[in-house]
Design a protein around this ligand. Structure first.
Ligand SMILES: NC(=O)c1ccc[n+]([C@@H]2O[C@H](COP(=O)([O-])OP(=O)(O)OC[C@H]3O[C@@H](n4cnc5c(N)ncnc54)[C@H](OP(=O)(O)O)[C@@H]3O)[C@@H](O)[C@H]2O)c1
Length: 284
């Protein structure tokens, strides 16, 4: 680091678990770019001062994680249409004294899905489990990319209903329905779907039970978990047992990070280097 080093970072609270610094710094090193990406623990009550500080200290931008993704929107001078639609910001670009809020989570997920399946989601049917921040990003991007039907199930039904309402009110065109959070309904939903996505936090704890059993899953299913640690959740193990294709959250993490990298630097990052850095950190 020297006087010319450019600064980037991630704000969240807590932030110790974040793997983004590892991934971005590996990319900068591989490209011999004079950048440094640091983790910043920012308490919610200090967010305004932290954002001001990053701006005046000359940061190029920063990522935003839990619990700031929604509240930070109020501090942006401009929001991209994606961030507006999703209702959350995960990447801030600092252009002189202007803050631009982006959201790369949805495109990151779709990028990973395309890379791993080799096909687009246009015309496909999706069962989405969850209606939190990550589920919202994924749902809007799936709809923008032309899925035919989107079935949403969430433990708190009002949150799923809210997401479905937002999707129907937006300009995206796909059929959206809400399913009850109950085994029989999830079974029917899975039978009517090509892709099943877990966007809940169930599975982060290795002791968590699988959300769907292997008897519900079929070999034609593509089963995705947004969770990247552990890399093989109970749901993905069930899917593997059923002969379905499985996709962990690692690809999404890499691709959303790669999109942020491009926003800040204008350069395409070495995605393989980023993936390998994460892989090393995550593998037991
Ligand atoms: N791979 C990536 O790059 C990436 C990016 C972002 C997030 N993620 C992962 O995605 C997951 C969700 O993150 P988020 O930001 O969307 O969090 P969030 O906004 O807090 O949403 C959490 C979701 O999990 C559900 N949930 C929590 N505990 C549950 C339980 N015991 N039973 C059933 N449902 C439960 C919540 O349902 P209620 O609404 O009923 O509470 C909600 O739908 C996390 O595991 C996170 O690590 C991965």
């Amino acid at each position: 680091m020297n006087g010319r080093t450019r600064w980037l970072g991630i704000i969240g609270y807590p932030i110790r678990h974040s793997l983004s610094p590892l991934m971005h710094n590996a990319a900068f090193e591989a490209l011999d770019m004079d950048y440094c990406y640091i983790p910043l623990a920012v308490e919610p009550r200090r967010m305004r001062s932290a954002v001001d500080a990053l701006q005046w200290l000359g940061f190029r931008g920063f990522n935003v994680t839990i619990p700031h993704k929604q509240r930070i929107m109020a501090f942006m001078d401009r929001l991209t249409p994606e961030a507006k639609l999703i209702g959350a910001v995960n990447t801030v670009e600092i252009q002189r004294d202007r803050l631009i809020g982006h959201n790369t989570d949805g495109r990151g997920f779709l990028g990973a899905l395309r890379e791993e399946t080799g096909r687009s989601v246009a015309g496909l049917r999706v069962l989405l489990l969850g209606a939190g921040g990550a589920a919202r990003a994924v749902a809007f991007q799936l709809a923008l990319d032309g899925v035919r039907t989107l079935l949403i199930a969430n433990r708190s039904s009002e949150r799923a209903q809210g997401l479905a309402r937002n999707l129907r009110r937006s300009s995206v065109q796909c059929s959206v329905s809400v399913l009850p959070w109950a085994e029989e309904a999830l079974k029917t939903g899975a039978q009517q779907s090509d892709i099943i996505i877990n966007a809940t936090s169930v599975g982060m704890n290795p002791a968590d039970p699988p959300l769907l059993s292997s008897t519900i899953l079929r070999p034609h299913h593509v089963v995705c978990d947004l969770i990247y640690k552990p890399p093989m959740t109970a749901l993905l193990k069930q899917a593997q047992k059923a002969g379905a294709m499985t996709i962990s959250g690692l690809g999404m993490l890499v691709h959303q990070g790669a999109l942020s990298f491009e926003i800040w630097t204008g350069r395409r990052p070495p995605v393989d280097v980023m993936r390998e850095a994460l892989h090393q950190a995550i593998m037991p």
